[in-house]
Design a protein around this ligand. Structure first.
Ligand code: IPE
Ligand code: IPE
Ligand code: MG
Length: 248
């Protein structure tokens, strides 16, 4: 593992890594257990991913923990996920403070169950002065919801005269998103073998490198993050240009 870690070029580290944590249910099924067992075991993977990223010097990590579409799951599973969220935040605050990690969240947070919302706000408040890495949880998150909300905000500002429609730029749009102030992720990882985005950060991943890992989320360990970063660093990010232009 140290060997893998030493292959990472710390100068070319992505500033922001986003992860779609998928495959908890299938992992549980593989072990003959209920889906919740998979969610509970996924917490260890969250710790590993967070620690590995912070140790390397990644500045932001965003984890897709609950999508707006996930409300459509059986009520018992939704409730289990929401109470797991409360327990995990409460339990991990001390470790986050020890590791100097700041918690933030994106999504339609006020629509979370009051207990989950409260635990989340406490976690954010209690870690707000930490500076090593920002861990962003996407909760009740939908990229389309976020984009529509930004459009409404800009439309209102233009109606009340605080912004001229001609002055709307990528930057003003960025500043209207819930990820305001956070650089766009350069690397997006999804576990479980599924190769789709599932309504995550649509605007922000315009130029992200995508990594689809053939493992279930509860199996994710530090070395998977190292390997994904190494693969990312071996890719040529051309941003529409030719390969020759990049070496000029
Ligand atoms: C990801 O695992 C966790 C959440 C979406 C909350 P899943 O629960 O989607 O597991 P699979 O994809 O059904 O295996
Ligand atoms: C995406 O996983 C959402 C999260 C990881 C929280 P899903 O399991 O909900 O996505 P689909 O249904 O496979 O697209
Ligand atoms: Mg899934």
């Amino acid at each position: 593992m140290e060997d893998l870690k030493s292959q990472i070029n710390l100068v070319k580290l992505p500033k922001h890594i986003a992860i779609i944590m998928d495959g908890n249910g299938r992992w549980a099924k593989k072990h003959g257990k209920p889906r919740v067992f998979g969610h509970r075991n996924g917490v260890q993977s969250v710790r590993e991913a967070t620690e590995a990223a912070a140790e390397l010097g990644v500045e932001y990590m965003t984890l897709y923990a609950f999508s707006t579409e996930n409300w459509g799951r059986p009520v018992a599973e939704v409730n289990a996920l929401m109470s797991l969220l409360v327990q995990t935040i409460r339990k991990e605050i001390a470790t986050m403070n020890k590791n100097n990690i700041r918690l933030q969240a994106i999504g339609d947070l006020e629509k979370l169950p009051p207990k989950s919302y409260k635990a989340l706000l406490e976690g954010i408040e209690n870690t707000k002065n930490n500076t090593r890495m920002t861990l962003v949880l996407a909760l009740n998150y939908s990229a389309k919801w976020e984009i529509i909300r930004a459009v409404k905000q800009l439309a209102k500002s233009s109606k009340d005269g605080t912004i001229n429609p001609d002055d709307i730029t990528e930057a003003t749009f960025d500043a209207s998103l819930s990820t305001k102030g956070i650089p766009h992720p350069e690397l997006l990882i999804r576990t479980s073998g599924e190769q789709r985005i599932s309504n995550f950060l649509l605007w922000q991943i315009a130029y992200a490198e995508l990594a689809f890992l053939p493992i279930y989320w509860p199996e994710f360990r530090k070395e998977h993050l190292y390997q994904a970063i190494i693969d990312y660093q071996n890719r040529e990010r051309r941003f529409g240009k030719t390969s020759d232009q990049l070496t000029e």
